[in-house]
Write a protein of this length. Structure first.
Length: 318
């Protein structure tokens, strides 16, 4: 279950960004009852491509932190084909190559540390007077991306979590020489797909997709329209709320919030438990949530993209 503080750390680390007429983003993370914060997230905005990611770390923040630093540069460095033209298998290879890159990066404690990964690539396109979006989601683990249509609330597009007890996951673990005990891989990890965790990726004579722990993602393709909402969050949120409950909370409390970032902060406070022992750990995990309003504003773009990310974009164009 992991160690907990005597009192929760409720300090929030919140980002707010927007891209004119395309999207407005709020993202926030909170350590909560955990001893340390092991999550990371990414927001990258351009008119041709937006990248959103949540990395839920375990065994330390080494892999999640490195993933957050390297993701955009890795994705923009693809030379063979533009991201918007890639097939699902090519997106799978993109993430497996990303996992290999993290392993090769010096001073990354990739053997003992890992991170589940949910990454959304959003391709905006103007259709007459309104924006439309193609969303590619790569999911490895039990963080989640969910897309909501406010005109049809009953229709929800969502990734499906990977759990060690899923039949396909269990079979892969066993074939790679591992076992499932206490709903965990080798009685240790309560997840079956992640970046890092390379001590579980060393079985001989099998490829990276077939290891006990794999970064191989499920790839989803969704179509969205102006006004839809995309949410990425770690299992610290989804262990508490279902997809429908989270959307209801977001829509109900949006009028009370000062911004999307503030709305994310409110959602985390709502999900955090009062006593992790009594809740059996539910609501006591690190929490990260990102809310993307696929509407944007009529204001100019604002972004916190790093110089390294901007350089990577320039290099790709060159």
């Amino acid at each position: 279950m992991g160690a907990y503080r005597s009192q929760p750390d409720t300090e929030k680390h919140t980002d707010e960004e927007q891209l004119k007429n395309i999207c407005t983003v709020g993202a926030s993370m909170m350590c909560g009852w955990r001893i340390s914060q092991e999550d990371a997230h990414v927001v990258y905005l351009t008119e041709e491509l937006c990248i959103f990611a949540v990395f839920d770390g375990h065994g330390g923040d080494s892999v999640s932190k490195r993933a957050g630093e390297l993701l955009v540069k890795h994705c923009l460095s693809q030379k063979k084909k533009k991201l918007c033209e890639m097939s699902d298998p090519e997106f799978q290879d993109l993430i497996l190559d990303f996992d290999a890159l993290i392993k090769k990066t010096p001073q990354t404690e990739h053997a003992e540390s890992g991170a589940t990964s949910v990454i959304s690539f959003v391709f905006p396109k103007k259709d007459e007077d309104k924006m439309k979006y193609v969303i590619k989601v790569c999911n490895s683990g039990d963080s989640r991306a969910v897309c909501y249509d406010p005109t049809n609330p009953s229709t929800i597009k969502a990734t499906i979590d990977h759990k060690p007890t899923d039949e396909a996951e269990t079979n892969r673990v066993i074939k790679a020489g591992g076992h499932i005990s206490m709903d965990r891989v080798n009685g240790d990890l309560a997840l079956s797909r992640a970046l890092g965790d390379t001590r579980y990726k060393e079985a001989p004579n099998i490829g990276p997709k077939d290891q006990a722990i794999t970064a191989d993602p499920d790839v989803y393709t969704w179509e969205a329209k102006q006004g839809d909402t995309l949410i990425l969050a770690c299992d610290g949120i989804y262990d508490v709320l279902t997809n429908q409950q989270l959307y209801k909370y977001i829509t109900t409390n949006a009028p009370k919030a000062t911004s999307l970032g503030n709305l994310c902060e409110m959602a985390m406070d709502h999900c955090m438990c009062d006593n992790p022992t009594q809740s059996c750990g539910v609501g006591a995990d690190n929490m990260t949530i990102m809310v993307i309003d696929l509407s944007g504003t009529d204001t100019v773009a604002t972004s916190a993209n790093s110089k390294e990310d901007q350089k990577a974009q320039t290099d790709q164009k060159d």
